[in-house]
Design a protein around this ligand. Structure first.
Ligand SMILES: C[S@@+](CC[C@H](N)C(=O)[O-])C[C@H]1O[C@@H](n2cnc3c(N)ncnc32)[C@H](O)[C@@H]1O
Length: 268
């Protein structure tokens, strides 16, 4: 799909609709997360998996002092996890959707929530000590512009920690909430993009088998249980299964990434 207004509008409308639906809330065990999570043998469900993922990203920050920005914070549950290490007034969260931002404000009182596009941030240079971005950069138009913005608003030495998804070119083209402008042929291309944006100490871990695979298995089981108990009908079952089956041939890598802004670099 060519870049267009819909690159922003589609995720906005889709997430605003689906994230507030009862089935979605039940799946996420009445939390406000919206990601695949990070699973191990001890993980009991999506809520814990999502907490694991945010905790892993936080562990990659150079230190957990100063201020932090949560980019594409969804309904604010990833932001709430930051309270483990940060006072609310040290936390800023942004999302493209006013509805989600509004919800976030109720979840983390005292933190600053703003409706803002990740590729065009209304923050001064060197505003934040660290940035996290959970499972959203593939939506941005473009990921590269976001990386440059993240570098600009980070303080020297600050860390960007994110999780992100790489799809095949066909997968990028087929989905209205993704853009082929973000297509990357593999992990080394991802590294080159981040380094090209000016980051250093780039670390990339492929966690597809600890994230997407267990998420898929859990989702398929959850949906069939709902169907068996006649809590969802067959068209609903098939619609949701179809979305997940459709990801299988296209989703190539689920990545956990961290990168540092050079201590001495000027962003001007
Ligand atoms: C998969 S959800 C992740 C939400 C949250 N980080 C979490 O893990 O629960 C992706 C989020 O990206 C947001 N988003 C999409 N495009 C955006 C943009 N250009 N700027 C900021 N947020 C955006 C969507 O509204 C959605 O909340």
């Amino acid at each position: 799909m060519a870049q267009s207004e819909s690159t922003i509008q589609v995720p906005n409308t889709w997430y605003d609709d689906v994230l507030f639906k009862p089935l979605y809330l039940e799946f996420y065990e009445h939390s406000d997360f919206a990601n695949f999570g990070l699973w191990d043998e001890a993980t009991t469900g999506p809520r814990q998996a999502c907490e694991n993922l945010v905790n892993r990203l936080q562990s990659l920050l150079r230190d957990q002092r100063g201020t932090i920005l949560d980019v594409a914070c969804g309904k604010g549950e990833t932001t709430r996890c930051l309270l483990a290490n940060y006072a609310p007034e040290a936390i800023t969260a942004i999302n493209i959707s006013e509805r989600q931002v509004e919800h976030g404000r109720t979840l983390v009182p005292g933190a600053v929530f703003r409706c803002m596009d990740a590729v065009n941030m209304d923050f001064a240079d060197e505003s934040f000590d660290n940035i996290i971005c959970v499972e959203a950069a593939f939506h941005f138009d473009t990921r590269e512009k976001f990386l440059r913005e993240a570098l600009r608003v980070l303080k020297p030495g600050g860390t960007l920690a994110l999780s992100d998804i790489l799809m095949t070119l066909e997968g990028e083209r087929a989905r209205p909430y993704r853009t082929e402008a973000n297509y990357l042929p593999g992990i080394e291309a991802y590294r080159a993009l981040i380094e090209g944006a000016g980051f250093t100490n780039v670390r990339i871990e492929d966690v597809t088998e600890q994230s997407w695979f267990p998420f898929f298995r859990y989702t398929v089981n959850f949906l069939h249980e709902k169907f068996l108990r006649r809590q969802i009908d067959e068209p609903t079952l098939k619609r949701h299964l179809g979305t997940n089956y459709g990801h299988v041939p296209d989703l190539e890598h689920y990545l956990i990434v961290s990168a540092q802004k050079p201590s001495t670099q000027s962003t001007n």
